[in-house]
Design a protein around this ligand. Structure first.
Ligand SMILES: *Cc1c(COP(=O)(O)O)cnc(C)c1O
Length: 387
């Protein structure tokens, strides 16, 4: 008897043949930033977004334990019904204060924050201008919105300017970009984008997922670092990376947040995160404010790594951050490089389509403030043996 899902055998084989099939690994033990226990091996971990080593920080763990005792676990309903606790409200308040905005709204994930924000702000008859390397959550928000999507070449301000000029009779216009691109580690030209948005009366939305907690004087991100906060109308981020916790957020004006709380479907139709998750976010924010040395040592390590890579002529694109891509091109080549590194004691994920464009597979090295220069020297030696 044929089964309606028999086509999956061929589809999965097809992924296998192109080195694109994912297998599910399971880490044991906590996310440690510098080391990972995987398949019975302890590896130096270059595959974590826990950039500041907060995911397993004792104060975060203690805050979660306390909240668990006081507020319990399951949230039991969406935030608009009964899922939102005083801890959620406090975190939104503290997030807005941290980001220097009127208000903030928590989403179950950063993915949901992007989808919710975009689909609430534009629809049919409107136009979105999206950088070609934007994250899948931005792409999905664009697609779901029903607006016309105009993808502009990566960081190409001139190209964006020209499509904006040609789009005079579109309805509302939304420019959307990541501030720190998640796979290439390079920065968006935020000041130029803010100028263009202003010239063309467009809304500018910036996703700070990989920059929150790390860049800028207070650690708000690259909008702060580039001094463009006032020109950015919608900022999104996640508590799941440098903040070491879980959940996404949007910050901006009170009226923006009021609108999203009414209209953003991933907010309205999804259960709130458990209250201890909000407690972890609050503790992460506190640690970012009180321990700037974490981000300082991360940035120092990142520039040390870039120097080493440059000296060894490793091709790492235009990264200027804690994310260092080693571009290998072919997916099979990236997979075998990752395996050989693993044999030498390093976990470095191979990133393949659809996370990157076809032919642009890479090893994505992400640094945390817990790594040492010695670990980087050892990685450089191991990479040298691959080339
Ligand atoms: C990780 C990521 C997100 C999603 O955040 P989650 O909280 O993990 O859902 C959004 N945007 C970018 C650029 C990301 O890298």
């Amino acid at each position: 008897m044929p089964h309606p899902l028999d086509w999956l055998d061929d589809a999965l084989d097809h992924l296998d043949r192109r080195h694109l099939r994912r297998t599910l690994a399971a880490r044991t033990g906590p996310q440690r930033g510098d080391k990972i226990d995987l398949g019975g091996q302890t590896l130096v971990n270059f595959g974590s977004n826990d950039y500041l080593g907060l995911a397993n920080h004792p104060e975060v763990i203690a805050a979660v334990r306390t909240a668990l005792d006081e507020a319990g676990w399951g949230a039991g309903a969406s935030p608009l019904v009964t899922g939102r606790t005083d801890l959620h409200a406090k975190l939104e308040h503290e997030l807005a204060a941290f980001e220097g905005t009127e208000a903030a709204l928590l989403f179950p994930t950063g993915y949901a924050a992007n989808v919710g924000a975009i689909t609430s702000l534009v629809g049919q008859g409107d136009a979105i201008f999206s950088d070609e390397l934007n994250h899948a959550s931005i792409i999905d928000g664009c697609r779901l919105s029903g607006a016309v999507i105009c993808v502009f070449p990566h960081r190409d301000v001139a190209a964006l300017g020209s499509v904006l000029r040609d789009s005079g009779n579109a309805g509302r216009r939304l420019i959307v970009t990541e501030s720190l691109f998640s796979m290439t580690g390079d920065f968006a030209p935020l000041a130029a984008l803010a100028d263009l948005a202003q010239q063309h009366d467009a809304t500018l939305m910036v996703d700070e997922a990989h920059a929150t907690g790390i860049y800028g004087r207070r650690g708000r991100g690259l909008c702060e670092e580039s001094g463009v906060e006032d020109g950015v109308h919608v900022r999104t981020g996640t508590l799941s990376k440098a903040l070491g916790g879980h959940g996404g957020f949007v910050v901006g004006s009170q009226k923006l947040i009021d609108w999203l709380a009414n209209r953003a479907r991933p907010y309205v139709f999804s259960t709130a995160a458990p209250a201890p998750v909000a407690a972890a976010g609050l503790c992460g924010l506190k640690l970012i404010a009180s321990q700037p040395e974490r981000r300082q040592s991360l940035l120092k390590l990142a520039s040390y790594a870039r120097e080493q890579f440059l000296q060894h002529r490793f091709e790492c694109g235009s990264s200027s951050s804690q994310i260092l891509p080693l571009i290998l091109g072919d997916a099979g080549r990236a997979m075998s490089a990752a395996q050989r590194l693993r044999d030498r004691g390093f976990f470095v994920p191979a990133i393949r389509p659809p996370s990157v464009p076809e032919g642009k597979s890479l090893l994505r090295i992400s640094l945390t403030c817990l790594h040492t220069e010695q670990q980087l020297d050892d990685l450089v030696a191991a990479l040298g043996a691959l080339y």
